[in-house]
Design a binder for this molecule. Structure first.
Ligand SMILES: *[C@@H]1O[C@H](CO)[C@@H](O)[C@H](O)[C@H]1NC(C)=O
Ligand SMILES: *[C@@H]1O[C@H](CO)[C@@H](O)[C@H](O)[C@H]1NC(C)=O
Ligand SMILES: *[C@@H]1O[C@H](CO)[C@@H](O)[C@H](O)[C@H]1NC(C)=O
Ligand SMILES: *[C@@H]1O[C@H](CO)[C@@H](O)[C@H](O)[C@H]1NC(C)=O
Ligand SMILES: *[C@@H]1O[C@H](CO)[C@@H](O)[C@H](O)[C@H]1NC(C)=O
Ligand SMILES: *[C@@H]1O[C@H](CO)[C@@H](O)[C@H](O)[C@H]1NC(C)=O
Ligand SMILES: *[C@@H]1O[C@H](CO)[C@@H](O)[C@H](O)[C@H]1NC(C)=O
Length: 915
């Protein structure tokens, strides 16, 4: 029982707890229902705000509440926006607000909002009941007249925009127009018409039109419009800086960036805020002035650039005493001036008391040469005079002068320049003496001195030189002097002096006075000095000039003068000079007048007490060129193997363009073989191969080329070489003589050979004379053996005169008439001796005879035949008769001569029968 009781009580308690829970739930549901909805709109930003509170106070303060908010746009209550929104619940302020950005202008449609709430944090929130729909009315029901929205809105470039047009009463929207395009309303649509334009582009200052056409019942269209502005958020201002010109106001300026496309009302505005004073000021687009307070030195500025689309800001902290940019000096004038000094005066319109100013004066001569000079000046009250003096000006010079100033504080900047002031300094006496030189010529009446001087440079002239005052006197006679005035622009003068030593002075005069005196001395005329002995030496081109050096004479001379003509070939040679002190012994002489290939002669003088003495002569070229004239070459003797050449010994002077270093002879020989003495093979620039002979001795006037080939054509050219190269080439044709000795040799050689052969035979004959004698003239002649008296060529009428004498050489004359006739027919004149000795010729003869008379054996050669049968015997005869040792008796002779009487010879008779 008791157990049942206990159970019953427990059940009751459980029930109670359950009931409590249910009760609690019911209370919570009621308390989160949003109540008292209020609506606010920001038409321009198309933003709709809702404010509400929640009913009941059961919920603990500080907890979060979640709201579900829905927005619908039409009467069908189609939800266009769902959002949950969590907010803290505060007992003291039971108010919640939520805003919503509409994509369409709020005026286009009526919007409805409802909200329900629940405690935040639950996974499945127990929502309160929805609030009533709260409406925000558009203009679509007004219909008083047509409306177009948005109205005069400013939007970001590139964004998308929705337009709507609401027709008036009894009207229909026909179309919308924007950005050059028409948007037509669908046929069966009525009421509000909406379009969306994407990526709108920047408009001009007045904005872009949006046009809506409507039709009324009668179908007449009417036009309604509004404007849209498309632009960008402002650029951030750059390079902001502030400075003061008068220590009263700060001028801040900046670069605002690109100018807005919209008009002033819609363009970004610029406001300057100062944090210490907490003051603000509206500024112009790029500049602002801010008054400087006596008790404020530092200013902390923030500049804000702002338009409807956004804002940008920059900050700067300025120390007004450092950032000084003085005003431009005003009223600049000169107060005092002489040839070298000027005093300038000016004012400032601002009060610079307490400031130290640095002023810079610009001195400009003829818009070319510019000089700046700094001066420091203490700042003064306004309109006080500031002065500065400048010295070291150039006399007789026109200056353009202006100045600007800055404070000596480290952030100060230069003021603008003052106006320019033109001023001219007066003349001053010339500050330098003239550079003078002279030429001395002896004549019958004495000596003529030509003085030369260089005009003073503008820096030294200090004005216009009007005349030159020349005075001269004998060196040892101080009392008597002569003087002469030479007017500008002459720069030379001629004086006549005698043979004594002279001193000459020259001064240049301008409006302010005379220059320092220049002096030159002329030594006594010394007959003993012969300048023609000085040999001309060579100078060399160097770095575009001519390097001239001389032997120093430190004891004798205190300086040197080098003299030359700029135009040595011209009548007016334009004498030049350059002076050197004693320590100099060389220089590169340069002149614009110097030309390559032209020889310049330099005379070097030493200066001492007496004057100048010629020491050396040098000549040279800035650059040597090749000779322009061809060598005049003469071929004056031609032999078979030699050609002899001569040339003009003055060729060296004919070539003006350089020093001749050597000559070259070029020889074109037919075979191209260079056998001549001293020759080498060489290829000319035109590619021809020649033989070259170099002649290094330039004094040489002739040359023989050998050995050459006789009767051969050669081409010969001679060129002069200078430091500039080879002169022009001109080939001369030469033909060598024929070789006479060769001709002589051709004739003499056979004679010699025959003579030698004869000699050999003679010797042979002498050596074998016993044998010959035995054969030809045996003591007892054997008729069968002896051949000697066979005279195959003898005729019956031949006379053989043999005059026997005792022990003397006998002469024998053989007249071979028949043979002569035969020889005459063959047109070959032949002497007797020739015939006898020319075996070949004889062989022919005896061969004829043999074939006629003998039955000769054909085996041996004819020559052999001849040799054995005739020649040998004939020679034997001759040899016998000229043999001094042979002493024939008259009987012998008779025997020989009377062939009839010598019977053994009979056999041979047929041989001499005429044919
Ligand atoms: C909003 O939420 C409700 C309930 O969750 C849903 O029925 C409705 O379709 C939603 N509407 C939109 C536009 O999301
Ligand atoms: C200037 O003002 C800005 C904004 O209040 C502040 O942040 C900054 O520190 C200030 N600078 C100085 C030097 O006072
Ligand atoms: C500057 O322009 C913004 C936006 O157009 C405007 O809200 C603000 O009032 C303007 N400021 C001044 C000082 O005119
Ligand atoms: C110019 O004036 C200054 C100052 O009076 C003086 O020192 C100077 O000698 C003068 N110069 C000439 C060339 O007169
Ligand atoms: C003059 O002053 C300026 C600024 O201090 C300086 O730059 C310039 O070198 C000075 N000129 C002379 C000639 O002293
Ligand atoms: C030239 O100088 C001499 C000597 O100093 C002087 O006597 C003469 O008057 C001067 N001549 C002129 C024209 O000034
Ligand atoms: C001439 O001079 C050249 C170059 O210096 C040299 O080679 C040549 O041997 C010289 N000839 C004679 C003949 O001296």
């Amino acid at each position: 029982m008791e157990q049942i009781m206990i159970y019953h009580q427990e059940l009751k308690a459980l029930l109670f707890i359950l009931m409590l829970g249910i009760q609690h739930c019911q209370v919570a549901k009621a308390s989160f229902a949003p109540v008292n909805l209020e609506m606010f709109n920001d038409s321009y930003h198309q933003c709709l705000s809702v404010r509400w509170s929640v009913s009941g106070t059961a919920y603990s303060s500080g907890s979060n509440i979640i709201f579900h908010i829905q927005v619908s746009r039409d009467t069908q209550m189609n939800i266009i926006w769902n959002e949950t929104y969590i907010s803290k619940y505060l007992d003291a302020d039971n108010r919640f607000t939520w805003s919503w950005d509409s994509d369409v202008p709020l005026e286009c449609y009526t919007h409805f909002v409802r909200i329900r709430g629940a405690p935040a944090g639950d996974e499945l929130p127990e929502w309160s009941t929805w609030s009533q729909w709260k409406a925000h009315h558009g203009k679509e029901n007004l219909r008083a007249k047509p409306y177009i929205f948005p109205h005069e809105k400013i939007v970001q470039e590139g964004s998308s925009i929705r337009f709507c047009c609401i027709p008036g009463r009894d009207q229909k929207v026909a179309s919308l127009w924007y950005g050059g395009a028409w948007y037509h309303v669908p046929v069966n649509s009525s009421g509000t018409f909406e379009i969306e334009v994407h990526n709108v582009s920047s408009t001009n200052a007045g904005g872009a039109n949006v046009i809506c056409t409507t039709t009324n019942g009668r179908g007449l269209p009417t036009f309604h419009g509004t404007v849209l502005f498309v632009t960008k958020a402002p650029d951030e201002p750059r390079n902001m800086s502030c400075e003061t010109q008068d220590l009263k106001t700060l001028i801040c300026s900046w670069n605002p960036g690109e100018k807005s496309n919209l008009d002033e009302d819609r363009a970004p505005n610029y406001t300057l805020h100062e944090w210490f004073s907490q003051e603000s000021k509206l500024c112009s687009r790029n500049e602002c002035t801010w008054p400087i307070q006596r008790n404020q030195q530092i200013y902390n500025f923030t500049l804000v650039a702002q338009n409807q689309l956004g804002k940008k800001s920059v900050g700067i902290v300025v120390d007004a005493t450092q950032r000084v940019h003085p005003l431009a000096p005003t009223g600049l004038e000169f107060h005092y001036i002489n040839a070298t000094n000027v005093e300038l005066r000016w004012t400032f319109t601002a009060d610079y008391t307490g400031l130290l100013l640095l002023c810079q004066t610009e001195l400009q001569i003829k818009s070319r040469h510019v000089e700046h000079r700094n001066s420091t000046i203490i700042g003064k009250a306004p309109t006080s005079l500031y002065t500065v003096t400048h010295d070291r000006l150039q006399p007789n010079t026109n200056y353009m002068i202006r100045l600007h100033c800055m404070a000596t504080t480290h952030l100060s900047t230069w003021s603008d320049w003052s106006e320019q002031l033109g001023l001219g300094t007066p003349e001053d006496v010339p500050t330098a003496g003239l550079d003078i030189w002279r030429g001395v010529k002896s004549s019958q009446d004495g000596r003529s001195v030509t003085l030369y001087w260089r005009p003073l440079s503008a820096i030294h002239a200090n004005g216009y030189i009007v005349w030159y005052n020349i005075t001269w006197r004998q060196r040892y006679d101080q009392s008597n002097y002569q003087s002469k005035v030479v007017y500008e622009p002459n720069n030379s003068a001629q004086l006549l002096i005698d043979g004594q030593a002279y001193v000459i002075h020259i001064t240049a005069q301008n409006g302010a006075g005379s220059s320092p005196t220049s002096e030159i001395r002329i030594p006594k005329n010394d007959e003993n000095i012969d300048n023609s002995q000085i040999k001309e030496e060579r100078a060399y081109g160097k770095d575009g000039g001519i390097y001239v050096s001389w032997k120093p004479h430190p004891a004798a001379y205190h300086g040197y003068v080098v003299e030359w003509c700029n135009f040595p070939k011209s009548q007016h040679c334009d004498l030049q000079w350059k002076k050197f002190n004693a320590s100099v012994d060389s220089d590169v002489i340069r002149s614009d007048a110097f030309n390559p290939g032209e020889r310049y002669t330099f005379r070097i003088y030493g200066s001492n007490e007496q004057g100048e003495h010629l020491l050396e002569k040098k000549s040279g070229y800035i650059k040597e060129l090749a000779c322009s004239v061809a060598m005049s070459l003469k071929v004056d003797a031609i032999k078979a193997d030699t050609v002899h050449l001569t040339w003009d010994p003055y060729q060296r002077d004919a070539c003006q363009e350089g020093f001749i270093t050597h000559f070259r002879i070029y020889l074109k020989s037919p075979g191209g073989i260079c056998g001549m003495k001293g020759s080498t093979e060489h290829t000319l620039t035109d590619g021809n191969r020649v033989c070259m002979i170099s002649i290094n001795d330039t004094e040489k006037k002739n040359f023989s080329i050998n050995p050459l080939k006789p009767s051969t054509k050669y081409e010969i050219a001679m060129v002069a070489w200078t430091g500039g190269g080879e002169g022009p080439l001109e080939f001369t044709k030469v033909r060598t003589q024929p070789d006479t000795t060769a001709v002589i040799m051709a004739i003499a050689l056979p004679v010699i050979i025959v003579s030698i052969m004869l000699l050999q035979l003679l010797l042979l004959g002498y050596w074998k004379r016993q044998w010959v004698k035995n054969v030809c003239f045996p003591d007892i002649p054997d008729p069968n053996k002896s051949n000697i008296l066979i005279f195959p060529t003898l005729k019956e009428h031949e006379e053989k005169v043999m005059v026997p004498r005792n022990c003397v050489t006998q002469k024998i004359e053989i007249l071979d008439q028949q043979n002569q006739a035969a020889l005459q027919m063959s047109d070959v004149p032949r002497k007797e001796s020739e015939r006898e000795w020319n075996c070949m010729g004889e062989a022919r003869d005896c061969a004829n005879m043999d074939s006629n008379l003998h039955d000769m054996k054909r085996a041996g050669p004819l020559y052999q035949n001849c040799d054995h049968t005739i020649d040998q015997t004939q020679s034997a005869i001759y040899l016998e008769f000229i043999n001094r040792n042979f002493c024939g008796t008259p009987e012998d002779a008779f025997e020989i001569l009377t062939s009839e009487g010598y019977q053994p010879q009979r056999e041979i008779q047929p041989m001499v029968m005429p044919k």
